[in-house]
Design a protein around this ligand. Structure first.
Ligand SMILES: Cc1ncc(COP(=O)(O)O)c(C=O)c1O
Length: 390
């Protein structure tokens, strides 16, 4: 399995590489795109074969008969996460961004609050704003280099107009894998404040040895009547551009409401995304995924060692995801100085910490899902850009 080849990412309309001139004043030769959360790897051969067979067949008609698709997703959840999912609970979406926006539209009104624990995936805030809702940040507490929930502080930040809690499990950024007890506490928090709980579990298949992801529905079955879980093969198999994701909704009332919203937006699954997901969720796909996780784990070690050797910088120990979360607070620099050095000196495009909400101001997120030589190059660039810090 090849994770070392450097592919022409611009040929794939790859957002983060296309945006590199704007984000870092560089091109694919002179800069490194470590911003958007997709990988630079070719996906699993079994997926390429399945999509290749569609291309060979030569036509892409309207699709029907999604039983194989929902069954593949259910079996994958059962096999990988011991979650007994009924295929009928699965509703396809055009990616999870779409799925989350549909939840916001279904269970709140413009002006209502949408809350989430920060620092978090910046799109939670953007989706809240785009749907004309109010972002309500619930800061996580940093304790011994790890994020912890502070549910008392979170409760104090709420008001009666807050209707929805977006929860990222595992957390992006920081790769925090929540325990069953923490997941349950979050669900009980949602119940106590009458919030619809959207558990975004898109990174759940990218877990490093030593950590275990527990789906929200297993951790908190008592709150099923207010919980929707978002999953996809997009991050783990590099399929984000196919725009296929799933909302898993055990509760029939919630599911009916969600499906009604989907109908009103005239959505239907796309065949290529469904076929690719089915192929990914096979034993061959899982073998490739395990090899990818091992490769990422080594990238993580190379990146962390190089970054932690720079005085004032610290890369958080990840339990999951390919998104390193680096603390620059030890440099004494402002967010602008940090961003300028990364962008103009290192010529690396990253996820700027302030975009991830409270607690992210002095941090940056680096996507390391790319060939190892690029990680070594990125580390050398960062050491040169921050080399005067002794
Ligand atoms: C936590 C989280 N949720 C959702 C998404 C976006 O999913 P999609 O590409 O399916 O819209 C991302 C992408 O980075 C993510 O990190």
């Amino acid at each position: 399995m090849d994770f070392d080849s450097i592919l022409d990412q611009r040929a794939a309309f790859n957002h983060k590489w296309v945006a590199l001139p704007k984000d870092a004043g560089a091109d694919g030769e002179t800069g490194i795109a470590m911003s958007v959360a997709d990988s630079d790897f070719r996906t699993a051969p079994v997926v390429l074969d399945a999509v290749g067979a569609m291309v060979e067949h030569g036509c892409f008609p309207y699709g029907a008969d999604w039983d194989g698709y929902t069954r593949a997703v259910a079996e994958w959840q059962g096999h990988r996460h011991s979650w007994d999912v009924d295929p009928d609970w699965i509703v396809s979406t055009q990616g999870l961004g779409h799925g989350i926006a549909m939840c916001i539209n279904t269970w709140s009104e413009p002006g209502d609050g949408v809350c989430y624990f920060t620092p978090v995936y910046h799109e939670f805030r953007l989706k809240t704003l785009r749907t004309e809702r109010r972002p309500v940040e619930l800061p996580l507490r940093l304790e011994n280099g790890r994020y912890e929930l502070d549910l008392d502080a979170a409760a104090a930040a709420l008001d009666p107009g807050v209707k929805i809690l977006l929860f990222c499990a595992p957390q992006n950024p920081s790769g925090r894998v929540w325990s069953a007890g923490e997941m349950r506490a979050v669900a009980e928090f949602a119940e106590a404040h009458d919030l619809i709980l959207v558990s975004d579990e898109v990174h759940a298949d990218l877990i490093y040895p030593g950590a275990t992801h527990i789906p929200m529905d297993i951790a908190a079955p008592a709150q099923r009547d207010r919980t929707l879980t978002a999953t996809a093969a997009s991050k783990s198999f590099n399929l984000a551009g196919l725009r296929a994701g799933q909302m898993i909704i055990p509760d029939e009332t919630l599911r009916t409401a969600y499906q009604r919203s989907l109908r009103m937006s005239d959505y239907g699954p796309g065949t290529v995304g469904a076929v690719a997901t089915m192929a990914a969720y096979t034993p061959e796909g899982e073998t490739w995924l395990k090899a990818q996780i091992a490769y990422l784990d080594d990238n993580r070690a190379v990146f962390d060692a190089g970054i932690n050797a720079i005085p004032g910088l610290h890369s958080m120990r990840l339990e999951s995801t390919f998104l390193a979360w680096v603390d620059f607070s030890g440099t004494g620099m402002t967010p602008e100085e940090i961003a300028t050095r990364i962008r103009d000196d290192a010529k690396i495009a990253v996820g700027a910490g302030p975009e991830f909400g409270k607690g992210g101001e002095l941090w940056s997120r680096f996507n390391f899902a790319m060939p190892r030589v690029r990680i070594e190059d990125a580390v050398a660039r960062m050491q040169a850009a921050f080399g005067d810090l002794q």
